[in-house]
Ligand binder design. Structure first.
Ligand SMILES: N[C@@H](CCC(=O)N[C@@H](CS)C(=O)NCC(=O)O)C(=O)O
Length: 148
């Protein structure tokens, strides 16, 4: 079972779309970033950059202890590896999908080459950008809610 630390933003939706498409069972753990839940010490252990989405996979493929992961692109790659879906296993296949899966327009630092970029590429966090900037004053200096 996967715990998904989530709020209703585009970066959060990337992961719910993947989980729904692949049928992986998951439980939503809401992190209300408008209220500042992302700064809770327990959440920071899972997502040290104080951002959603993040996951804890209680049944990782290697049979080891629960695996926690943050950053939507990294999560998508992990889930693609776990399910064997939406990302070719071979280098040639990955090259074929790479051009179509370039960085999301609003996340120039991101270069996640993944075939489900229909979710990753089309969905940054700009939709919530204005709201998060407006809310920023409520959080500690330099720690305003933001979307990156
Ligand atoms: N590069 C990160 C961006 C994540 C991100 O910006 N999350 C926003 C919501 S969409 C957030 O949690 N903001 C809370 C904050 O900045 O305090 C990813 O792709 O996961």
């Amino acid at each position: 079972m996967i715990d998904l630390y989530y709020w209703t933003t585009s970066n959060g939706h990337k992961i719910t779309i993947f989980l729904e498409e692949t049928g992986l069972p998951y439980t939503i753990r809401p992190v209300n970033i408008s209220r500042g839940d992302q700064f809770d010490s327990e959440f920071l252990k899972i997502s040290p950059n104080n951002r959603i989405p993040a996951i804890v996979d209680h049944g990782p493929p290697d049979g080891g202890p629960p695996l926690s992961l943050f950053e939507s692109g990294a999560i998508l790659l992990y889930l693609a590896g776990k399910t064997g879906r939406y990302y070719p296993p071979d280098l040639r296949g990955r090259c074929e999908v790479a051009p179509a899966t370039a960085a999301p327009r609003d996340e120039p630092g991101s270069t996640i080459p993944i075939a489900l970029a229909a979710t990753h590429r089309g969905r940054g966090c700009r939709s919530g950008y204005t709201g998060s900037r407006t809310r920023a004053a409520r959080f500690p200096p330099g720690r305003g809610a933001a979307c990156r």
